[in-house]
Design a protein around this ligand. Structure first.
Ligand SMILES: [Zn+2]
Length: 98
């Protein structure tokens, strides 16, 4: 049986209760290979490879999104307002580690 005092859901970050009428935020996270995932090496930049690299770059479509790689990961989380503010201020948590 569902009671009005039962939390509707909890924040996925801090675990606080989000009761009826509470604001909640949905955070969607996705990670994939960058469109030009592999950074050029010194060997790529040698003169005998320069034309091949230029040809590869000119063959890339300008406005097409990168294909979804098998390594891509997507997730969605529910955040309370306080955790949403913390994420906006420090999305990677770098400032908290200092
Ligand atoms: Zn929270």
């Amino acid at each position: 049986m569902i009671s009005a005092s039962m939390p509707v859901c909890t924040c996925d970050r801090c675990g606080c209760r989000l009761d009826r009428g509470s604001l909640r935020y949905e955070m969607k996270v996705g990670v994939r290979l960058a469109p030009a995932a592999r950074l050029l090496t010194d060997d790529d930049l040698e003169e005998n490879h320069l034309h091949a690299v230029a040809r590869m770059l000119s063959d890339l479509p300008d406005d097409q999104p990168a294909p979804v790689e098998p390594e891509a990961h997507h997730a969605a989380f529910v955040l309370c307002p306080a955790c949403c503010r913390r994420w906006r201020h420090d999305p990677l948590g770098n400032r908290m580690a200092r």
